[in-house]
Structure formats: C-alpha cells, structure tokens
Design a binder for this molecule. Structure first.
Ligand code: GLV
Ligand code: MN
Ligand code: MN
Length: 415
C-alpha cells in the first residue's frame, strides 16, 4: 500500500516555525550553534518530533535523535536528518529542509500503520556549519570518531570559549563524550534530503537529484605577517605587503582549481581579515581561509601540494612570514548503490524524473558515510543560490522529495 503524500503545509509550517529563531531577521537567517536562537530552535524541533509520536533523545554533543520504533528494535536502524544551524545571513532551507522532511516522512509512515522491522530515526546533527568553531559537521564528525574530547577542548569560538566549555555550560555530560561514536554496522542506512545549493536541477528542469558522491572538502587558516608601513612614504620595492601576498595566493588557488584534472575541483578564499585595514597603510597582517573541494581526493591533494609550494615561493619572494594551519582534509564520500537503486525505483514508480549528480557542498552524510551506507536526495534551489538570504526552494519540491524519502525509509526499514 502506497503512503499518503507529504503535506506541503506541514513542511512550510515547520520551516517557517524554525525561522522564527533567528539572530538577524532583517537579513535572511542567522542561527549559530548554541546561541539563544539555536537553542530555541532545538526545543521547537524536539516538540515537533514529539508531536508526531517520536521519542526524542540527545547525545553528549547535542545530536538529536527522534525514534519511530519498529517491530524489532534490536536491528540496526535507518536514519534520516540534517542540521538546523546556519552560516551568517543564510537562508531558511539549508539543513532545515532535511530535518523537516524527516519529521514529515516519519509522520506519514507512522500514520499509515504499515509495519517496519527496523527503528527509523530522524536526526538533527550538531553544527554542520563551521560558523562558530571553524570546523564543520561537529556532531556527525564525533559520531564518525573523528572529533575526540581532546580535539573538542581545542576548538575555540571567536570569544575564546572551547566547544567543551560551551557544552558543559549547557548541561551536556562530557563523561559521555566517548559514547558518541557509532559502531560500523550500527546504522543500516542513512538518507539525507537537502536543497541542491546549485543550479543543475533547475537548469535541467528535473525535480529530484540523487547524489552519487559528496565532494571532500579541505580547509586551511592562513596568517601572513608582513610589514605595516606608510602608503605614501614606502617605495614599491621596499614593501612587504601582506594583503598582496594573500591576493596572489587566492588567484593561484583559482588557477589551480580551473586547470585541475578534475572537473569538480573548486577553490575559495571566502574570509579575509586585513590589518590594520586603512586606506593609507600597507597591510602588516592578513588572516584568511582557503576552502578546496573535489570528488577526486588524489587530484585535490595534488592541487593542495601545488598551492603550498606556491605559498612558500610567495613567502620567499615578498619577504614575509606565512603560516598555514590545516583544519580538515576530508575524503569524498560515495553513496551506497543499493540505496540509490531504491531511490531510483521510488522516483520511477511515482513517475518523477531524477538526475544523478555529485554534491559539491558537504553534508553530515559525508561523515555518516564513514560508518554507514548513505545516499542523499536533492531538491532544486532557485537560481542555484544558497548560503544567502536569497536562498529559496519551493515547498512543493520539498514535499515531493519527502515522498521519495518516506518511501525509501520504509523500504530500508523492512530490508
Ligand atoms: C556546507 O554548508 C558547505 O560549506 O558545504
Ligand atoms: Mn550550508
Ligand atoms: Mn547544509
């Protein structure tokens, strides 16, 4: 028996409900990990989970699990979910669409009365965005065993608070931190719905994307110490301009990505802090980020090696000191072919066209893929825009994706 269709009104209500918790409502959505709006959004979403009859718990890093019990809870579970934190001045769909779709899918399965052997769990992963602590996928990274308590102690926000201090102040029990990692085989399958954050589906006029692989991101924090001096008094040949060194590095990153052997290589210098940032002063210090991603780990590594060599040359040529700190260097994550097949069948049965594609953005599924078979459903992003107040996905598209999600979760839960 087919499940009922997802209700667009439920999806809209929950996405708009979450959006009330926003620290900068005049300019899109800003909801940073463990700030007041984010804590309120957590409570809101836990209430929505409970309303549809799911039992809710949290682990020691604040990952939220909402369980729809199956007939054999001893079996490895089926997961879905995403995140509710955002970058600064973002949209209201990135992450939230997947959490809300998961809750609606669980409601459809529960209300259908159809049997399923495995538990189905809807998750909110803690801080997929690197906004507060500089490292993304904190909750799912810890689940994958790649964020130890020691590393969590070292992660600091701009005010110097460590992740562990913040967790403790909120009542999370750090003694339970070592229980966060998930054993191989503990999760039977995980399917995340997400907005595409690109314009491929829209350009093809296809409503569903099936993700075959998630590109692996690498990120670096770079600091350059040059020589601060007078913009009028210092001849060009006597300068050690930290900002110009940063420009050269950013342009080289762009060139390497454009000329790389993989069509999926992308490189971004998205954050730059120039000191003292004055019109008549040659900059003495620059701090900036480098973000490089690829679906091909070897090609990405080569690109990074070349960039690091270039940085050494710039340091030498310009007579400055450049320090590069590697924040993360993640492998691409392939989707599981068996889950892809179920997703394809579900689309075909419902006569919904789909397109198989890679995800250039990273997602919690990238980390979950280290201990469980994963796949992702993409729904179109208007004009391909995301990480912007202009981000938009139609509620009816999310509802359509939710139908595929619910179908797939039910099938997986009976495998
Ligand atoms: C996550 O939002 C990313 O940067 O891909
Ligand atoms: Mn994002
Ligand atoms: Mn996201």
């Amino acid at each position: 028996m087919a499940l009922k269709r997802a209700l667009k009104s439920n999806i809209q209500e929950m996405i708009e409900g979450l959006d009330k918790f926003n620290s900068d409502p005049k300019d899109g959505t800003t909801r940073i990990l463990f700030t007041e709006p984010e804590l309120k959004a957590r409570n809101y979403i836990k209430e929505e989970m409970a309303k549809v009859g799911l039992s809710v718990r949290e682990d020691a890093i604040g990952n939220i699990f909402a369980t729809l019990e199956g007939s054999d809870p001893s079996l490895p579970v089926v997961w879905t979910g995403s995140h509710i934190d955002t970058v600064i001045n973002a949209g209201k769909f990135d992450g939230m669409a997947g959490v809300v779709a998961g809750i609606e899918a669980a409601r459809l399965i529960k209300e259908s009365g159809q049997k399923h052997k495995r538990n189905i769990e809807v998750l909110v992963y803690t801080s997929e965005e690197p906004t507060r602590f500089g490292l993304g996928c904190l909750g799912s990274r810890a689940m994958a065993g790649e964020l130890s308590l020691d590393k969590a102690k070292e992660l600091k926000d701009e005010e110097g608070n460590s992740l562990t201090e913040v967790l403790e102040s909120l009542g999370y029990d750090l003694a339970e931190f070592d229980q966060i990692p998930v054993k191989q085989g503990g999760v039977f399958a995980a399917v995340e719905l997400h907005i595409e954050q690109g314009a491929v589906l829209e350009s093809l006029e296809v409503p569903i994307g099936i993700v075959e692989s998630i590109a692996g991101p690498s990120s670096f924090e770079v600091s350059i110490a040059g020589k601060q001096s007078h913009a009028g008094g210092t001849p060009m040949n006597l300068r050690h301009d930290a900002f110009l060194a940063c420009c050269e590095i950013a342009l080289e990153a762009e060139r390497l990505a454009k000329e790389s052997a993989s069509k999926d290589t992308v490189a971004t210098v998205g954050r730059v802090e120039v000191l003292p940032n004055a019109s008549n002063v040659i900059s003495g210090e620059v701090y900036f980020s480098i973000d490089i991603r690829d679906s091909d780990y070897e090609v990405k590594s080569e690109c990074i090696d070349n960039l690091m060599k270039f940085i050494e040359e710039v340091e030498e040529d310009r007579g400055l000191t450049i320090k590069v700190e590697k924040i993360n260097d993640d492998q691409p994550t392939p989707s599981d072919q068996k889950i892809i097949k179920i997703l394809e069948e579900s689309c075909t049965n419902k006569e919904i066209r789909f397109h198989k594609m890679i995800s250039g953005a990273f997602h919690d599924s990238m980390m979950v893929g280290k201990f469980a078979p994963i796949a992702m459903i993409f729904v179109p992003s208007k004009d391909g825009i995301s990480h912007s107040p202009k981000e938009w996905s139609d509620y009816s598209d999310i509802a359509r994706g939710t139908d595929i999600l619910a179908d797939t979760l039910l099938k997986l839960a009976n495998e």
